[in-house]
Design a protein around this ligand. Sequence first.
Ligand SMILES: Nc1ncnc2c1ncn2[C@@H]1O[C@H](COP(=O)(O)OP(=O)(O)OP(=O)(O)O)[C@@H](O)[C@H]1O
Length: 280
Amino acid sequence: MTTDTLLSVKNLAITFSTSKGPVHAVRGVSFDLGRERLGIVGESGSGKSQTGRAILGLTAANGKITADQMQFHDLDLRNLSKRDWRKVRGARISMIMQDPKYSLNPVMTIGDQIIEAYREHHKVNATEAKRRALDMLTAVKIRDPERVFNSYPHEVSGGMGQRVMIAMMLIPDPEILIADEPTSALDVTVQLQVMAILDDLVRERGMALVFISHDLHLVSSFCDRVLVMYQGHVVEEIRASELDQAKHPYTQGLLNCLPKMDGNHAELPVLTREASWAEA
Ligand SMILES: Nc1ncnc2c1ncn2[C@@H]1O[C@H](COP(=O)(O)OP(=O)(O)OP(=O)(O)O)[C@@H](O)[C@H]1O
């Protein structure tokens, strides 16, 4: 772990016990994270979300985590007490989920939710909290912050809801932001707008971003480095700018499956897989 490293994960494994036997969701994942944008990409079930959730201590009760190291600054995340997790989760390491509908309270206005979240972390009076809440909405490029402030979650679009979520996640000034498919419920144009906002904020504040997605194109546009996961393993770790030199056939397959914009409408190649890739 170098001085620039915020988080160091070594040999993380997560196994769920189920009635049909053990599910080895993550099998020996290692990575270091500095103040950078790290993408985790892979198909459904490859273990991306479980890797992200483990960093937040959010593994389901039937899951068993082992790791040689899960170090966040001087904290060993493998054996944090519930009390210590409360100081880390949502405060120093935050997560943006896929769908704001499930994260926002439907019976409270957006403004009241931001104020509540803000006052949990900062000692300010109601007037100042409102001013800061409006600033937060402006920071995520909401043009009419007063209107959104007074709206209920169902009254705003999905893209707007996700901007509100980003604003809320930023309130405690986390060092690491984990964004798990933050835009997959949105249509493509809105997806890019929301990603660009997230990207600006991450850069401005010098945060680390872990961006989890099945979309290699999106990940490579917004990340510095990419971990490619396949059946619980990291099969390749590569700089986004060097993806065209990817060595692993699975990464090459994912790249070849991206639709091309050159007017060539040949059939998309089928992603091939080999059992040996899932071996340690
Ligand atoms: N509580 C659980 N009990 C049993 N198996 C689980 C549990 N949670 C996750 N899994 C399994 O762990 C594996 C990895 O899941 P994970 O959610 O990390 O995949 P993913 O790569 O994020 O895929 P997706 O993009 O579909 O979310 C999957 O096979 C999933 O079914």
